[in-house]
Ligand binder design. Structure first.
Ligand code: ADP
Ligand code: MG
Length: 693
């Protein structure tokens, strides 16, 4: 007797006719178990449920027809063909086979009745089908198929018919192969089918089903399946959080009062109300012995760094260490400068763990971190590489989280030393709509810095064709003549670092020529760190007037006196990315301008997208539009991180389900943890794939 759970994880090789070769091909589609097979949904359907009168056929459509063979012949020529004319009383249809076996000539002889399915084309003498699927039938004795025919995404060497047969077989194993684990009380919509009905409907829809609704996720069956999958992901993240918080205690970071007061007294500005609120939320989290897991969202320029600095001061002031990780060398270096400037007067040492610092320097930094003399370590992903050990790592700050995978974030906290789990503060300028955050970041609490520091003038954004480059250069000259500073951002589609660097070099050379008397500097990802550092320092100090840059300056760069930005080929970048770039200006008191220069002609959509940036400076509005236009993968950066791969659901399409997912998920975890486990195992995988975080 096989228990239901064993049934559920049953490998496809237990199905008749599935050997290792076929299993290997299925594996390429991500299908290992019978359950995987059932979740491998059709991406189209064909209608073979009713026989179409030949007289009604139109070119381009796929249809099932039935007729008697009126004549069949092999036409000899350069390539011989098998031609066969069918008639059903309403019209005629020619079948053409350019490749055929002698057996087929026999099968399609005059007088035989056949049913065939294929795409209708306009032939020389009326409608025809090339290489249709066909079979011999009894005259008038047959009707069409009982359900719409599924067409599955497939892979080389795996025939559609084979996949169909396997899916068909898997359906016969329901409900045992995939029992419905969601009790009715947790179904958000009583009108939804249960799991078995939903799967049957999606794989074999009845003849009257609305195909568009099925494919667009509006059918109750697709909604039921998408809901369960999103629920499973939500549960995975919530569970991960529970496991993490239960596994080890965190240091109680309730000290640092003096350091915080001294720091605040030296700040040249007052915190905004939003910064104060978020700081209080962080302080409360960190004063508890369970690890903080908090995401701070704040639009570009909202002042996240200062809030992170306060958290670091609490960690250090309580006897712990803090690690601050940034996604790019440039941003990490800037954090180093900022934090060093803020902390050294307080007697707190900030160490640097960059990618390419000198060996001796690096060894010294590692030692000071290991001995606990450096209170704060700043760096890139190099921070979570092996040689870095902390004495008492109590807080991990990850800036611009969307650039990192969840896994990298998880790796850094292993540095805590074992018994204590560091608190985690994740910062992002990507304003994720709330519902989306609930799924993608369900393992984190979310705080928002939803206010910008006062005194900022909104950035004026203009969209111009690159045919007006000359005028744009004049505009830059005028700004520089007034003592203002500017960025010129070069972008490429095929953004290999190397090509991008080359393009930027060329642009810089041309601009130097066009703007004599002004210092033009260049920064890109391939410069040695020391050079990047000195270029940025010169720009920050006002010694460089125009900074030609690649998108390396996208995140975090902060030079308040820069008030003009030109972005080349703006149409190639995502809205959120453009918003990030634009956030580099408008940081000071001067009125700022951002010129989005495009390479025409622009499509309607591209024009509409750029218009969004002209109309609003609100990161949330922009993110929502980006979500509509480009889907959630771009927004969350999950393409790169692979953090969220969905089989059935689509975050954009099914966003409307997310509220219910959050509600039901939290109830399930409280009331039915066993069900939650089963759903996680079903959709996300085994314990080791989510428990060890
Ligand atoms: P982001 O949220 O984009 O990381 P930063 O932390 O870089 O923003 O802050 C942007 C700029 O605003 C910095 O120059 C910072 O010193 C300044 N800033 C931060 N908070 C305030 C405030 N409350 N009042 C005035 N300026 C502030
Ligand atoms: Mg920042």
């Amino acid at each position: 007797m096989v228990s239901p759970r064993e049934m559920e994880g049953r490998p496809v090789t237990l199905l008749p006719g599935v050997g290792t070769r076929l299993a290997g091909r299925l594996e390429r589609l991500g299908i290992r178990t019978v359950a995987d097979l059932l979740f491998h949904l059709p991406h189209r359907y064909e209608d073979r449920t009713h026989i179409r009168p030949m007289g009604t056929l139109r070119p381009g459509e796929k249809a099932l027809v039935e007729g008697v063979v009126e004549l069949a012949e092999v036409a000899r020529g350069r390539r011989s063909r098998l031609l066969c004319r069918l008639s059903d009383g309403t019209g005629r249809l020619d079948l053409v086979f350019f490749r055929f076996y002698p057996r087929q000539v026999e099968q399609l002889r005059r007088g035989v009745v056949v049913q065939c399915f294929g795409e209708v084309r306009q032939g020389y003498a009326g409608m025809q089908m090339a290489h249709p699927e066909y079979r011999q039938v009894e005259a008038g004795g047959e009707v069409g198929e009982a359900a719409l025919t599924p067409v599955y995404p497939t892979t080389e060497g795996l025939a559609q018919a084979q996949l169909r047969r396997l899916a068909e077989h898997a359906l016969t194993l329901l409900p045992d192969a995939l029992p419905d684990r969601l009790p009715a009380a947790y179904q958000p919509d009583p009108g939804w089918p249960n799991l078995e009905e939903a799967l049957r409907r999606v794989h074999r829809p009845p003849p009257d089903a609305d195909i568009d609704a099925l494919l667009e996720g509006c059918d109750p069956a697709t909604r039921r399946l998408a809901f369960e999958e999103l629920l499973a992901h939500h549960l995975t993240l919530r569970r991960r959080r529970q496991v993490l918080q239960a596994r080890a205690a965190a240091m109680v970071l309730d000290g640092g009062t003096e350091q915080v007061a001294a720091f605040r007294a030296r700040l040249p500005f007052q915190l905004t109300a939003a910064q104060e609120r978020v700081d209080a939320e962080l302080a409360a989290d960190m004063a508890r012995p369970t690890p903080m897991l908090r995401l701070v969202q704040g639009d570009v320029g909202s002042g996240k760094t200062v809030v992170a600095a306060l958290a670091c001061l609490r960690a250090v002031g309580s006897g712990g260490q803090a690690a601050v990780m940034a996604p790019t060398e440039l941003l990490a270096e800037q954090h180093l400068r900022t934090l060093h400037g803020w902390f050294s007067p307080l007697g707190i040492e900030v160490a640097w763990v960059g990618g390419k610092s000198g060996a001796a320097e690096r060894r010294a930094a590692l030692q000071r971190i290991a001995e606990g003399r450096a209170g704060v370590a700043v760096g890139t992903h190099a921070l979570f590489q092996d040689p870095v050990t902390f004495r008492r790592l109590a807080l991990v700050v990850v800036d611009e989280q969307h650039r990192f995978g969840v896994h990298q974030r998880m790796a850094l906290k292993e540095k805590g030393g074992g018994e204590v789990e560091p608190h985690q503060l994740i910062m992002t300028a990507t304003p994720i709509p709330r519902t989306l955050a609930m799924t993608a970041y369900a393992d984190l609490d979310v705080s928002a810095i939803d206010e910008r520091p006062p005194g900022r003038t909104p950035v004026q954004t203009v969209v111009v064709s690159d045919r007006r480059r000359g005028e744009v250069v004049e505009r830059v000259r005028a700004a520089l003549d007034e003592g203002r500073q500017a960025y010129w951002v070069c972008t490429l589609i095929e953004s290999s670092d190397e090509l991008e660097a080359e393009a930027a070099e060329e642009t810089a050379a041309r601009l130097r020529e066009a703007l004599p008397g002004h210092r033009v500097a260049l920064i890109h990802g391939r410069l040695p760190p020391a050079e990047k550092e000195s270029v940025m320092a010169a720009f920050a100090a006002g010694d460089v007037a125009l900074l030609v840059a690649t998108t390396v300056i996208e995140v975090g760069v902060d030079v308040p006196n820069a008030s003009l930005m030109i972005i080349e080929n703006a149409e190639r970048l995502g809205l959120a990315q453009l918003h990030q770039l634009r956030g580099r200006v408008g940081r000071g008191r001067a009125a700022s301008t951002c010129v989005l220069m495009y390479h025409g002609p622009l499509s309607e959509t591209a024009r509409a997208r750029l218009a969004v940036l002209r109309e609003t400076d609100d990161g949330f509005v922009i993110a929502r539009r980006d979500l509509e236009i480009r889907g959630p993968g771009e927004l969350l950066g999950t393409r790169q991180t692979g953090a969220l791969t969905l089989r059935v659901a689509d975050l954009g399409r099914d966003a409307g389900l997310l509220d219910a997912v959050g509600r039901v998920g939290d109830r399930l975890l409280r009331e039915e943890p066993g069900v939650a486990e089963a759903l996680i195992r079903r959709w996300v995988g085994d314990a080791e794939r989510y428990g060890q975080v």
